[in-house]
Design a protein around this ligand. Structure first.
Ligand SMILES: Nc1ncnc2c1ncn2[C@@H]1O[C@H](COP(=O)(O)OP(=O)(O)OP(=O)(O)O)[C@@H](O)[C@H]1O
Ligand SMILES: [Mg+2]
Length: 120
């Protein structure tokens, strides 16, 4: 079980969602976030130039998947979110200790498999 966390440009969200849908991703969480990706903003003041950490609007996707699903999920996001310009975003893959589906009490792989689809 892994949690794929992707931080992408808001403009790429529709393309990424479409690509994930085609990859049969069954569930995800989306949040609007502010992020910093190393870019530096120079602000002119009367005493000289100060440097401020630049924050930009991004969208964060949290997608819980079983292990064999990590690669297709990452590939779908990567292909749909890449423009080639600085700031396209980041993808983190985190280990997940446990997942529960609240309605049924199912755990782990069964909990991230769409209802009605065998988990093997
Ligand atoms: N090390 C990090 N930890 C957590 N979040 C990060 C990290 N690096 C980037 N992010 C998040 O990803 C967003 C996009 O980052 P960005 O695309 O600038 O990454 P990058 O590695 O600097 O690539 P690029 O060279 O294209 O700028 C940031 O605004 C921030 O929300
Ligand atoms: Mg950057």
């Amino acid at each position: 079980m892994k949690l794929v966390v992707a931080v992408i440009r808001p403009e790429s969200l529709n393309a990424v969602l479409e690509a994930l849908f085609r990859t049969n991703v069954a569930g995800l969480t989306i949040s609007r976030v502010q992020g910093h990706g190393g870019e530096i903003e120079r602000v002119e003041t009367y005493r000289g130039t100060t440097v401020k950490m630049e924050l930009t609007e991004k969208v964060r996707l949290d997608i819980g998947v079983s292990n064999h699903f990590v690669e297709p999920t990452v590939n779908a996001i990567m292909a749909a979110a890449r423009t080639g310009d600085v700031g396209d975003g980041k993808i983190f893959v985190l280990p997940v200790e446990r997942v529960y589906r609240i309605r049924t009490g199912e755990e782990d792989r069964a909990a991230v498999t769409p209802v009605g689809v065998p988990s093997d």
